[in-house]
Design a protein around this ligand. Structure first.
Ligand code: ANZ
Length: 957
């Protein structure tokens, strides 16, 4: 009926729920909520303290991964998670919780900086414009955010504390015994008193200031070091590993990336590897994400073993010390610092041609191979399928278990950054070593008995035999034998032997690397670090924070010839002499002195490492967060032993880095006593993606999705047939749909319902604008169940609902409650729809209590229409803080359920039984049923499987 001419329909029904009505209702309530502070969550103290009754309720902290304020604004794919957390937060408010829900902006970043580089416009200007645009887009969706708590990471009031945290990290070290971070001053005191030996053996007093700084640099949790980094001259900046493609080029711009040694800030996250692993166990996170974090941290138990060479030793890391007798050569990473040391001047007599790579001397071979390896990324170097390359160093080392002289190679499949950068190669039992040994005609010796029929003569094998569950063979030396032992026992025995001999020990190795923390950019947090005349780094005192970004003329780092590896970064900040060279009194008793500022900036991750803490107490100028407030919202409690946000929703693309970095900062702050929760996020949930159809013309270029015509299942653009595929939504694919467009056509409540109804929250789903109207109709029917469209009068009556309506109502209440708690918003909407349809079909005026419950049920999902109807039903207070309906169990239980009875797997009867029927009783009823008796036809019974109340399965004899 509403499909007739909308103009005439509106005359007939001036009080219909239309897009115009929705727009008016939504704007009115959004203004009201803002003015009323409806979503303000009170703190127990401080400037955001509030209603003690609300504070006394159990808390719920519901949080989104905050957005980067892109100049392009939001399309309908972006708010999926924001709507979901909003629905959940609203439900929690209605079920007796004090709910903290807000949203800020992760606003440092490359796009704004790139724009600044191109246009000269300050990135703050464009970023703030983008934030304001996004804020109004988000406001239109009716999100119940406590706006007093919002901020952007670029606000100096915020990054003051990012810098402050950096200072805390810089001024602490990891005490391996206590397994926690401590102030660096405690370490200095231990060195001073002699309680702890100073590395290098000298006394602390005897060291110069620079030497002391060097010693402490080995301990600080934030430290500068000359690290091999990914230097990209074409971009003028250093890149994180994740920003480099598999073929060794920059992800952005596709420029060559070189390994260069540069002085860079690092975070000693590796000190926390064990705790980052262990504490995962108590977190309520998707298993897939936990696994990715575990793999990233990559804990390996194994041993370090020394292989003597020229009176010294090459130390290898192996996870298979049980195969030591099968080690027939060694490999060092090409960059290994010992390579030169052991490389002889000439090839040893009789060196195999394949080993030399055709080079005249070992030095030449090494140099050539190093140059080749330097141009490859770690990923490339490790690729399994790749042919193994390498070159002999001319040196031999001694296998300590049998005294054999084995050749030492360099090869790029061994990485400097892992273990010790050196391996013992056991070609018989390691796939990569096997391929290498075959290529270089090296001996392959079986020491783990094959479980197949290949035999123990490895020279005849086609591949390595890899097993962790087999018997060790061919493994006996003068004073140790592993023969006959299983892998585990052999590892234990050889490790004990190595330790006794003083040539090795059991050890744990992690794949995790320290976090490269500096960038040669403008648009990031300046480091709160200055260097004195001796080049020693000092942190700024708190009184000098925030250290604000200076104005500069040019936002770009200096770029170089993309292929010129011999360049080094020149940052935008370094060109501002007035800012760089300063005289400061750091308050350390040394008085005013000249200093030079650090001119790198922090990486983009920094601001998102701790924002969950700042939402709690966003205006505190004394502390990053008041401890009592932090304890209230995030502190450990039953079921959440590490504390943390109650629900954190965001995309699975942040599985590793952001979450790992934030966890690390939490642990440092926890160790230093600033917060009570060692974990930031107790429950994590990854929402799916909203995908969209992409239409491509014959050349493969996307054409605007809005201009597509569909005919008989084919798609046309300007008469030309185009191809349809499923892809991302976005401007570049010409298929972006803005939330404003949908709000204008139907209203925000419809958009919210549609996004939540599209499918389970964690599953990706294609956007279909034509399907949105379905949710619009639901709201129109809901409206009609309460309001007369002609008069605008409320039509509900003061009557008792009948039995069927009561059943429909309480089943819906029960189901919706469980669904909302479990984030199953799509099924919750289905249940509300069912109830609403029941009322529509009943045809009679809806009883008042039923209408109220219905409005409360939909309130978290469609808050504007719910607020409007709630007031129409006679209430003067907001629907937002009402109690969510509770089901009466008497009406929830079905009177009967259908039980299927199968004989020999075929359905023979259906019985209507009580849902509470016992297995025994159900078996009796089933066997007495005449259809079942007929089906059995006198055959005896072998077995009856009963799953009360729904299934009986009879197996005849
Ligand atoms: C001898 C051996 C025999 C190994 C065998 C494996 C199988 P995960 O588990 O990942 O820790 N390795 C050690 N350091 C390396 C490096 N820097 N670059 C490349 N490979 C390295 O792997 C540990 C194993 O990877 C070690 O154990 C070592 O090879 C190799 F039948 O030692 B194994």
């Amino acid at each position: 009926m509403s499909e007739t001419n909308p103009a005439t329909a509106e005359v007939a029904a001036p009080h219909r729920y239309t897009a115009a009505a929705a727009a008016e209702i939504e704007a009115r309530w959004q203004d009201f909520w803002d003015a009323d502070g409806t979503y303000a969550a009170p703190n127990p103290k401080g400037d955001l303290a509030g209603d003690p009754k609300l504070v006394a309720k159990p808390k719920k902290y519901v949080m989104d991964m905050f957005p980067y304020p892109s100049g392009a604004g939001l399309h309908v794919g972006h708010p999926l998670g924001y709507i979901a957390t909003d629905v959940f937060a609203r439900f929690q408010r209605m079920t007796g919780h004090n709910v903290l829900h807000t949203l800020g902006f992760d606003a440092f970043g490359l796009p704004a900086e790139q724009h600044a580089v191109q246009t000269g416009e300050h990135p703050r200007v464009t970023t703030e414009a983008a934030i304001n645009n996004m804020k109004s887009q988000l406001r239109r969706l009716g999100l119940g955010h406590d706006k007093r708590r919002s901020f952007a990471t670029i606000d100096p009031d915020y990054y003051k504390w990012t810098q402050w945290i950096f200072v805390q990290i810089f001024n602490s070290w990891y005490d391996d015994k206590a397994k926690k971070a401590r102030p660096i001053s405690e370490l200095v005191a231990r060195f001073e008193s002699g309680e702890r030996a100073v590395p290098g053996g000298r006394s602390w007093d005897a060291l110069s200031a620079a030497e002391r700084a060097d010693v402490l640099g080995e301990y600080r949790l934030a430290y500068a070091s000359d690290a091999p980094v990914n230097w990209c001259p074409g971009l003028g900046t250093v890149l994180a590993n994740e920003e480099v493609t598999a073929d060794g080029r920059s992800e952005r711009g596709n420029f060559p990336v070189f390994k260069a040694k540069l002085r860079q800030w690092n975070m000693r996250i590796t000190a926390y590897a064990d705790r980052l692993l262990d504490d995962l166990n108590e977190l309520d996170w998707p298993e897939a994400i936990k696994l990715q974090q575990r793999n990233w941290i990559g804990r390996s138990e194994g041993a370090r073993v020394d292989f003597p060479i020229d009176g010294e030793a090459i130390t290898v890391f192996t996870t298979r010390q049980d195969t030591l007798f099968g080690a027939t050569y060694m490999v060092l990473a090409p960059e290994h610092p010992l390579v030169e040391k052991f490389t002889p001047a000439a090839w040893p007599e009789g060196t195999h041609d394949v080993w030399t790579g055709g080079h005249a001397t070992p030095a030449e071979a090494v140099a050539a191979y190093r140059a080749q390896a330097a141009s490859k990324s770690d990923v490339e170097r490790q690729a399994e399928a790749k042919d193994k390359t390498g070159v002999f160093t001319g040196a031999f080392a001694t296998n300590p278990v049998n005294g054999e002289q084995i050749p030492v190679f360099i090869a790029d499949y061994v990485l400097m950054g892992y273990g010790t950068g050196a391996i013992m190669a056991v070609p018989a039992h390691d796939t990569r070593d096997f391929a290498f040994a075959r290529a270089f005609e090296l001996p392959i010796r079986c020491v783990v008995e094959p479980s197949d029929d290949r035999g123990t003569d490895a020279s005849t094998w086609d591949d390595a035999f890899v097993s962790y569950d087999a018997k060790i063979v061919n493994s006996h030396g003068e004073d140790v034998s592993l023969d006959g032992l299983g892998v585990t026992d052999a590892k234990a025995r050889i490790t004990e032997w190595l330790a006794r001999k003083g040539i090795g020990e059991g050890t744990v190795n992690f794949r995790l690397r320290d976090w490269l923390f500096s960038r040669q950019r403008y648009w990031g947090e300046p480091f709160p670090i200055v260097y004195d005349e001796d080049g020693i780094a000092h942190s700024l005192p708190e009184s000098m924070l925030p250290l604000e970004l200076p104005e500069v003329e040019d936002y770009s780092p200096r770029t170089f010839d993309p292929d010129d590896a011999d360049t080094s970064p020149e940052t935008p900040l370094s060109r501002n002499q007035d800012w760089v060279d300063v005289t400061l009194d750091l308050g350390d008793g040394r008085g005013p002195r000249p200093y030079r500022r650090e001119t790198n900036t922090m990486p983009n991750w920094a601001g998102s490492c701790w924002y969950e803490l700042r939402y709690l107490d966003p205006h505190n100028s004394e502390k990053l967060v008041d401890p009592e407030i932090e304890q209230y919202w995030m502190g450990p409690r039953a079921g959440q032993p590490h504390g943390g946000v109650d629900l954190y929703v965001g995309g699975a693309e942040h599985a590793v880095l952001h979450l790992l970095y934030a966890r690390f900062w939490s642990k440092v702050l926890y160790d230093l006593g600033h917060i009570s929760s060692p974990e930031p996020f107790h429950k994590l949930y990854n929402q799916g993606m909203i995908q969209a159809f992409v239409y491509r013309d014959s050349r493969g270029f996307p054409v605007p999705a809005t201009e597509i015509e569909e005919r008989d299942g084919a798609f046309f653009h300007n008469g030309e047939q185009v191809k349809r595929e499923l892809g991302k939504m976005g401007k570049s694919l010409k298929n972006a749909v803005t939330p404003e467009a949908i709000c204008e056509e139907y209203g925000a409540d419809t958009l919210r319902l549609y996004e939540m109804a599209m499918g389970p929250l964690d599953v990706s789903r294609p956007w279909d604008t034509r399907a949105v109207v379905g949710q619009y109709r639901l709201l129109q029917r809901l409206w009609r169940n309460v309001v007369d469209e002609a008069t605008g009068e409320v039509t509900v009556v003061d009557a008792e609902p009948d039995e069927t309506t009561l059943r429909a109502l309480h089943k819906a209440i029960d189901g919706v409650r469980q669904d909302l708690e479990g984030l199953r918003f799509n099924t919750a909407i289905a249940k509300v729809t069912e109830l609403n349809n029941h009322l529509t079909k009943a045809g009679a005026a809806v009883p008042h209590p039923v209408a109220e419950s219905l409005v409360l049920l939909i309130a978290p999902l469609a808050p504007h229409i719910a607020e409007e109807l709630w007031r129409k039903l006679g209430h003067t207070d907001s629907v937002v803080h009402q109690d969510f309906p509770v089901a009466d169990p008497r009406y929830v239980v079905d009177e009967t359920v259908t039980c299927v009875v199968q004989v020999k797997g075929k359905v023979k009867a259906r019985l209507e039984v009580s849902p509470a029927i016992s297995d025994d009783e159900l078996e009796k009823v089933a066997l007495a049923d005449e259809k079942v008796v007929a089906a059995l036809d006198g055959a005896g019974i072998r077995k009856v499987i009963v799953r009360a109340p729904k299934l009986v399965n009879i197996v005849p004899a």
